[in-house]
Design a protein around this ligand. Structure first.
Ligand SMILES: *Cc1c(COP(=O)(O)O)cnc(C)c1O
Length: 393
């Protein structure tokens, strides 16, 4: 198989650099610096040491015996919920904060949806000693209040975004604007496998530790690879991090689960690959949710982390080549799966991760006795407000 992205930052037709002239130089510099850093044994050793001693890696692989029994399957959980700050986001934030430091940046800017990437960025910047500014949609500031406080405690400056859809998409627009204003002094710490090249590649490389560990842990625990590896897909970073090390294992199915929201109508879901079409958003060509005139549409999901109308270009490519399959799980299915895992295994997952569980449960129905690896991308404590409100309604 070819190594992707190619020299132009493309996964097949997808990816690329659709950016304003003002950013071309900064993006090229980032590309060079990232390539050098990821080929530098000293940088990689520093990253691995921090992943171990500060993030708490490797995260465990947990067997799920009671869930396995209920589903008629053999279910294994990769526990990114146990990583420092409570989700996989820290792997990427730490790696990029180290890169920002290496590049001599004066300040880091980040965007956040659920607040998990904001918290991870704030923590990673504190760790490397760089000031951090986080843009967050006003709607998300509201529904993720605990993470807002955590970011401030970790020393980040939070800037609520009142424009556009007031969620992740608008926050990315603002962060990009901030970067354009000072491309030399500012490092833009992008939170998912989206955006212009080199981000989708860089984020994948930093998150692939999930799949590398999980693959080795599966072989050690069961002496075999899983039949399917399942992850939720917002921008696609935890999914590509899980999938990438299994890409050459043809017998391992790759299943991405997007947010089906409250229905199939435009504006009711975030199922970009299942229901969207190709177009350009935030600097890259990928799938997105758009109307007949090509206007990007607002997305919906009960989980803020999946509420984004785009998706990473490598997923668009995996979707078109058929190497990975993408399905949607709705709000209600995710809430139900969250309750089931919590009660069966004593693990309260993030609402985002609950989508992966819901997709995996459907897969188990169609594949009795199958061996399933599910990425639990984060823990559910941040969602308590939403869960309480759901219970009350
Ligand atoms: C942000 C987030 C996601 C979605 O982002 P990806 O880039 O698609 O991984 C999923 N799970 C959790 C817990 C998150 O915080």
């Amino acid at each position: 198989m070819k190594t992707l992205p190619d020299a132009r930052g493309r996964f097949g037709n997808f990816g690329g650099q659709y950016i304003p002239e003002l950013l071309v130089r900064a993006v090229r510099q980032l590309e060079t610096a990232a390539r050098e850093a990821l080929a530098d044994e000293a940088f990689l050793t520093a990253f691995r040491d921090e992943l171990k001693s500060w993030v708490g890696r490797p995260t465990p692989l947990s067997h799920a015996p009671r869930l396995s029994k209920r589903w008629g399957a053999d279910v294994w959980l990769k526990r990114e919920d146990l990583a420092h700050t409570g989700a996989h986001k820290i792997n990427n934030a730490l790696g990029q904060a180290l890169l920002a430091q290496r590049m001599g940046a004066r300040q880091v800017v980040a965007e956040t949806g659920a607040g998990q990437h904001g918290v991870a960025s704030a923590a990673a910047c504190a760790r490397v000693g760089l000031p951090c500014i986080v843009y967050m949609g006003a709607v998300d500031v509201e529904r993720q209040a605990p993470n807002v406080h955590r970011m401030r405690l970790l020393g980040a400056e939070l800037r609520p975004v009142e424009s556009g859809d007031k969620t992740l998409r608008a926050a990315i627009d603002e962060a990009l604007r901030h970067w354009v204003a000072d491309p030399e002094g500012v490092y833009y710490l992008l939170g998912s496998a989206v955006g212009p090249h080199p981000y989708p590649w860089l984020v994948r490389e930093l998150q692939a530790v999930i799949g590398r560990e999980a693959r080795a842990q599966m072989l050690e625990a069961c002496g075999a690879l899983p039949d399917v590896a399942v992850a939720c897909v917002g921008g696609g970073s935890n999914a590509i991090g899980l999938f990438h090390p299994f890409a050459q294992d043809a017998q391992v199915q790759l299943l991405g689960v997007e947010a089906g929201g409250r229905g199939l109508g435009l504006g009711d879901h975030s199922a970009t690959l299942a229901l969207g079409s190709p177009g350009v958003l935030h600097g890259c060509l990928s799938y997105l949710l758009q109307d007949a005139d090509g206007q990007v549409q607002e997305s919906h999901s009960v989980s803020a982390g999946l509420d984004y109308p785009g998706v990473g270009p490598e997923h668009a490519w995996l979707h078109e080549t058929g190497r990975a399959r993408y399905v949607a799980a709705g709000d209600a299915d995710a809430l139900d799966a969250l309750a089931e895992l919590s009660r069966c295994e004593g693990i309260l997952p993030a609402l985002e991760s609950a989508h992966a569980l819901a997709g995996a449960r459907d897969w188990a129905k169609q594949n009795p006795g199958g061996r399933i690896l599910i990425n639990i991308s984060g823990r559910g404590d941040k969602d308590l407000g939403i869960l309480l409100a759901q219970e009350a309604s």
